[in-house]
Design a protein around this ligand. Structure first.
Ligand code: FAD
Length: 419
């Protein structure tokens, strides 16, 4: 029996796949979108704390692409076809206007990631050309003489003139992104950089850090040290978790920390009073303890720091004088306290792994992709988009903008090849 035939087959119903399918359909192609889950956009609906940080409102392509230091040169061409401004227009046209928050992060005005998925489903429906097949997992690409003819799936085989692979990377595998596309591409001869977690919270073995889970410090300085030398210094908000530390600052530093860990142990050091040096903090605490002389140290410090943080600090070795009146604290005890408040340190053991990562490093190396069209340089009618390509970037809407851009470009060019 002859396989069902389409102009374009898109594999993977995440953000990049839905954008590509909708675009190809809009241009008049008969498109089949294949997704192995029982619904589309499973990971998309979790993004941005379920609010979806849809892009980053930097409208200058050059400045936007500065956030992709290793891949900038590849990305000018696709961004000249669909950039951040186009993303704003696209979602506005889909009745999903965007609002801009701090750090230029853009979210749907409705504050719902689910709405982003629905907008993309509507886009595909409106195009009139997209058939969606759920609960179908692709097993291989059918290749003859260097041309991809179709796909073999758990629900049968399908043929098409162009195939767009949008199966994602390996971050958050329980959403369906299990790296299937990468193993398929490797078998076909593509070079795949081993996926590894990135944009991930960090892990420590220090139990007292785990005990602070749920506490956040709005303004501190975090240093990563190796061999007692500061390798990276960051200022901002930090979140303690039941395994270590998190928050945008930490997540965006995971790549650097992973690299440092390859050379040896890494220590994190938190400065809770970044506007003071040691001397001025000592003077400040001395005056503060004089003002609050009758109070226990623990009670007095709770006017400066959160309760749980104070209780934890006062359990650290040498600092067990919480139940001493502030005026009775010796100079040595005070100096030790001041040192600790400026250097709360603990070892970093690694990232939290792929399950906790927002993106995974690795994927098809960009050198094997023609970024003018997003086609594979090995198979001209095969297109590669979204997280499947190895492109390092920070958090803040940059990952999804890559999906919108690469999806749109592949959808446009796949049609030109197929009709
Ligand atoms: C918790 C979390 C929060 C995030 N928040 C943000 C954010 O706010 N902003 C941002 O820019 N980025 C965010 N990201 C990153 C962003 O979600 C990804 O970059 C994006 O989803 C990648 O899209 P994609 O289309 O390439 O792949 P995916 O979203 O991974 O979709 C791939 C699809 O392919 C399907 N698939 C896989 N294998 C097969 C197969 N064999 N057959 C058929 N289908 C298959 C999968 O089931 C899946 O639906 C976040 C990620 C996580 C995990």
């Amino acid at each position: 029996m002859k396989n069902e035939t389409y102009d374009v087959i898109v594999v993977g119903g995440g953000p990049s796949g839905m954008m590509a399918a909708g675009r190809a359909g809009e241009l008049g192609a008969r498109v089949l979108l294949i997704e192995k889950n029982d619904r589309l956009g499973k990971k998309l609906s979790l993004t941005g704390g379920r609010r979806c940080n849809i892009t980053n409102a930097e409208f200058d392509d050059h400045l936007f692409l500065d956030n992709f230091p290793e891949s900038k040169q590849f990305l000018f061409s696709p961004f000249s076809q669909f950039n951040v401004e186009d993303t704003f227009k696209f979602f506005k046209n889909q009745n999903l206007p965007l609002v801009i928050e701090d750090r230029k992060r853009a979210f749907p005005k409705s504050q719902s990631a689910e709405d982003v998925s629905l907008a993309l489903v509507d886009y595909m429906k409106e195009s009139g050309g997209v058939t969606i097949k759920l609960d179908a997992s692709i097993e291989s690409l059918i290749e003859t003489d260097g041309i991809i003819k179709g796909v073999k799936t758990s629900a049968g085989s399908f043929d098409a003139s162009s195939i767009i692979l949008a199966t994602g990377g390996l971050a958050a595998p329980d959403t369906g992104s299990t790296g299937d596309g990468l193993s398929i591409l490797e078998k076909l001869g593509h070079t795949i950089k081993e996926p590894d977690s990135n944009l991930s919270p960090l892990r420590t073995s220090s139990k007292w850090v785990h005990g602070l889970s749920g506490i956040s410090v709005d303004d501190m300085v975090l240093r990563y040290k190796q061999d007692n030398k500061t390798q990276l210094k960051l200022r901002g908000r930090l979140l303690f978790t039941h395994f270590g530390i998190s928050g945008p600052l930490v997540i965006n530093s995971a790549f650097k920390v992973k690299t440092l860990l390859k050379d040896g142990p890494v220590e994190a050091s938190i400065d809770l009073f970044p506007d003071h040096d040691l001397g001025s903090l000592d003077k400040f605490i001395l005056d503060f303890f004089e003002q609050h002389g009758k109070k226990f140290v623990r009670t007095a410090l709770k006017e400066l720091l959160q309760n749980k943080l104070v209780d934890t600090v006062l359990k650290l070795p040498g600092l067990r004088f919480g139940d001493v009146p502030a005026r009775d604290v010796s100079k040595e005890q005070r100096k030790l306290l001041v040192h600790t408040l400026k250097d709360l340190n603990f070892p970093i053991k690694g990232t939290m792994g792929l399950e906790w990562s927002i993106v995974a490093d690795g994927g098809v190396i960009p050198q094997e992709v023609d970024f003018k069209t997003m086609s594979s340089k090995l198979f001209p009618n095969l297109y590669l988009i979204g997280d499947i390509i190895d492109i390092n970037r920070p958090s803040g809407g940059f990952s999804l903008q890559l999906c919108w851009t690469t999806g749109y470009v592949a959808g446009s060019h796949a049609v030109q090849k197929s009709i």
